[in-house]
Design a protein. Structure first.
Length: 454
């Protein structure tokens, strides 16, 4: 099967969505599928690039808005998206993240071209502010007639079903995963007599609870003179942490690492005695999975899908999302470390390896692809549910009609037969043999392995 992943969030940007797309693409490629990724340009990365093992990435030149998100423009991006879908003979488009404008526009274009569509939601949204209301309306328009929707936790599924007014049977839950071979425990046990290192790996933004972190650090440092903080990540709230460090004169006890390359994250995690997560909202927190895989005890807020990730004996969850509750959990965990009442690191790593793997995620995602029903006729695309409201219903129909007109014009200017089809050679990662383009290869391989999914 020829599959296209599309999102504003991809490498060289670093984050959970980026890692999810790359790792899932790798595993699906190894299962015999052709994988193409579409994202916007990143600095000098424009045009076509290739990532290992043989993943083709289109970095499209676009006008950027905020936080690496393309400026919304339903019409201007449609011709190039259509061209790529036809050139790569895409059979299914998989969009990622409700924050991504490019994902939304790609899914709309794919639906109008009769291509199967799947969407994965990686975040939780509210319902009571203007931004959330507008996002939820757009999500309702976009997800209503998709072939399938995937969420990374059951809490995320409930949130998406309510926001987009979807039937629960249409939404599947497939969790994230990590490559446990990269996140290994430290070879030697860390000494905790002289210092206790608390590691934080997070974007320094409000929704990651950086305000809570700023309240916790001086109090914990005053409580235990051994405590040191190692903070990886960057963002607009880094300045507030620097001001807190200056105010309390904690320069020797707080190290701000800035952005940490993915390859260096395990090396930072194994330096810590405790991993701290202060997120205010999370659909699925990959950071705590990585920390536990490295054998590091975790203290975290109990928000969103975090409560589903691990049993209580692996993670100390704060009863309330407050600095006081997290501070209490940290003190409790330090006491357990002093008393050697911690699960051995290698046992923690083995638990993660058995619970989360990209092989399992790719098999389950592949099953969702296979179960996608044929795309409805174009007329059915204009039937929005009444719950969208009379005004939004008219606006959405006008947008779709405009998109149809643009596609028709481009079909006249550049017929499908005039677009060269990109050749595809599959490089078997095991045998090293090459297989020439065969549209049925991935599908037949998928059917043979359906029995392995669950």
């Amino acid at each position: 099967m020829h599959i296209c992943f599309i999102s504003d969030f991809f490498y060289p940007n670093i984050g959970g969505v980026e890692c999810h797309i790359y790792n899932l693409a790798q595993k699906l490629y190894k299962r015999g599928h052709k994988i193409v990724v579409i994202t916007h340009q990143y600095d000098d990365k424009v045009g076509i690039r290739y990532l290992k093992p043989f993943i083709k990435v289109y970095y499209i030149p676009m006008v950027m808005a905020l936080r690496h998100v393309a400026l919304p423009s339903l019409i201007s991006h449609m011709p190039i998206l259509r061209h790529i879908f036809i050139r790569e003979q895409i059979e299914l488009v998989h969009g990622h993240s409700a924050f991504s404008v490019l994902s939304t526009e790609g899914l709309i274009t794919a639906k109008l071209l009769g291509i199967k569509t799947v969407f994965t939601d990686h975040s939780l949204f509210g319902f009571n502010d203007f931004g959330a209301i507008m996002t939820n309306k757009l999500l309702e328009m976009n997800l209503g007639d998709l072939d399938a929707v995937i969420c990374v936790s059951h809490v995320s599924k409930e949130n998406t079903v309510l926001r987009a007014k979807l039937p629960p049977s249409k939404v599947r839950v497939i969790p994230n995963a990590i490559d446990t071979s990269l996140f290994l425990p430290a070879k030697a046990k860390l000494d905790h007599q002289d210092e206790i290192i608390v590691v934080v790996m997070s974007r320094l933004v409000h929704r990651k609870g950086i305000g809570l972190l700023g309240d916790i650090i001086p109090n914990l440092c005053a409580h235990d003179k051994r405590v040191r903080f190692l903070i990886g990540g960057d963002g607009p709230l880094r300045l507030s942490l620097e001001e807190m460090r200056d105010q309390h004169r904690l320069h020797e006890r707080i190290m701000l690492l800035g952005n940490v390359p993915n390859s260096e994250v395990p090396n930072v995690l194994v330096k810590g005695h405790i991993f701290l997560n202060t997120s205010l909202t999370e659909a699925f927190c990959m950071a705590i999975v990585e920390a536990v895989s490295c054998g590091v005890p975790v203290v975290s807020t109990a928000v969103g899908g975090i409560v589903e990730v691990f049993p209580k004996d692996l993670v100390c969850l704060a009863k309330e999302c407050t600095a006081e509750s997290l501070l209490s959990c940290l003190i409790e965990t330090i006491t357990r470390i002093d008393n050697d009442d911690i699960i051995p690191p290698h046992e923690m790593h083995d638990m993660v390896r058995n619970m989360y793997s990209w092989e399992d995620v790719s098999r389950r995602t592949e099953k969702v692809y296979m179960e996608c029903s044929p795309t409805p006729f174009l007329a059915d695309r204009l039937k929005f549910p009444k719950s969208t409201g009379a005004i939004c219903n008219v606006v959405f129909k006008c947008l779709y009609v405009l998109a149809i007109i643009v596609l028709y014009i481009w079909q006249c200017l550049q017929p499908e037969d005039d677009i060269d089809k990109a050749p595809y050679i599959y490089h078997d990662p095991i045998s090293g043999k090459e297989t020439k383009d065969n549209p049925d290869f991935g599908m037949s391989h998928c059917r043979e392995t359906l029995g392995e999914t669950h």
